[in-house]
Design a protein around this ligand. Structure first.
Ligand SMILES: NC(=O)c1ccc[n+]([C@@H]2O[C@H](COP(=O)([O-])OP(=O)(O)OC[C@H]3O[C@@H](n4cnc5c(N)ncnc54)[C@H](O)[C@@H]3O)[C@@H](O)[C@H]2O)c1
Length: 326
């Protein structure tokens, strides 16, 4: 029988790349999405069921397309600043929505889930690189909502035997090699797409939030991980869950930080265009440096990121931004 996975949020940036990966590896993806931030045109690798995690009855139509060996759960509201302004909407979508999903999984006998968590569960870093044992003290409702779900998954493992893997992404970046899907958020808050829009000469100038941070060149340092390397980790998590009970969490990053100025230089090299930018004040709540230690994912899942080179990651995003399909 064909293997099937329910990809919740599969019309979004990372979920659509996951659906593509699954289809390429012989597993049928069924996408569940409310298209709130996702794109119908990004659902190309299996059927779309329009459903909303906040409408429990709507979820049954998606599960009817099973049986599913697992759920991959990418749905979220994920704008940090907006989460501070609208915490109830964030807890509702990200926590209540996940509870509804877990209950639908129980109704339909699915007992494995890979959950999109985030570096935001850690809050202010207290170490140069962040491993799984780093203190978890989120500083905004977005990060707190994700940490709450991790706790729910741990309790559900204990009570019901739910198997789960929470993957804490640092900064997802890049696009599919053939340019058919890519990152398209509105508003776009992520650095690399905004750098590339400025490079395209669409009239926008990049805002660099602070050049007086305690880093080598004064700009913030982040860890960028290619979206296909994230998909690979989810793929490995399926095998891991088949062999291991319990709730598990892994940090996913390249383990190397790049400053905003380094990203701009790499984007200029990848695109052949200048990136116009202005220095703006620091944003509240931005740590100076955020870099993952992903040794556990490498050792336990056998994860081996294939796109570590920043310029190559940006080049894949550039191909998409030159000719976005949605
Ligand atoms: N992009 C990153 O760098 C990053 C980093 C860390 C964690 N994450 C997490 O990874 C996941 C995917 O991120 P993304 O960048 O692809 O986001 P995205 O907004 O592109 O995708 C999320 C998808 O979920 C759907 N969705 C949201 N709420 C829903 C609901 N209630 N019911 C049904 N569908 C719903 C949206 O329509 C969208 O298609 C999110 O959970 C995000 O918090 C992303």
């Amino acid at each position: 029988m064909t293997r099937r996975v329910l990809v919740c949020g599969g019309a979004g940036y990372i979920g659509s790349h996951m659906a593509k990966w699954l289809a390429a590896h012989g597993v049928a993806p069924v996408v569940l999405d409310n298209l709130s931030t996702g794109h119908r045109e990004a659902v190309r690798f299996g059927p779309l069921v329009e459903a909303d995690l906040l409408d429990p009855a709507s979820l049954d139509a998606a599960f009817a397309q099973g049986p599913f060996e697992a759920v991959m759960h990418f749905c979220a509201r994920s704008l940090v600043g907006e989460s501070v302004q609208q915490p109830l909407a964030y807890y509702d979508n990200n926590v209540t929505g996940t509870l509804n999903l877990l209950q639908a999984m129980q109704r339909h006998g699915v007992d494995r889930i890979v959950f999109s968590s985030t570096a935001a569960v850690f809050g202010e870093p207290v170490a140069a690189t962040i491993d799984e044992d780093h203190p978890k003290a989120p500083i905004n409702p977005y990060g707190a909502s994700k940490l709450m779900v991790e706790r729910v998954l741990a309790d559900a493992a204990h009570a019901y035997g739910l198997r789960s893997v929470a993957l804490r992404y640092f900064n997802a970046a890049g696009a599919s090699a053939d340019g058919d899907i890519g990152e398209a958020h509105t508003p776009e808050t992520h650095l690399i797409p905004n750098v590339l829009r400025a490079a395209l000469g669409d009239g926008s100038r990049l805002k660099v939030f602070g050049d007086d941070w305690p880093t080598a060149d004064g700009t913030c340092v982040r860890d960028y991980i290619h979206v296909d390397d994230l998909a690979q980790a989810h793929w490995l998590a399926l095998d891991f869950m088949a062999a291991h009970a319990g709730a598990h969490a892994f940090n996913l990053g390249n383990g190397r930080g790049f400053s905003v100025r380094e990203v701009i230089a790499a984007a200029e090299a990848a695109s052949g265009h200048e990136v116009p930018f202005d220095i703006a004040p620091r944003r509240a709540g931005d740590p100076a440096v955020l870099v993952a230690a992903s040794d556990r994912a490498r050792q336990v899942l056998g994860w081996a990121p294939r796109h570590a080179d920043l310029q190559a990651i940006i080049a894949s995003a550039w191909r998409w931004h030159c000719q976005p399909r949605f």
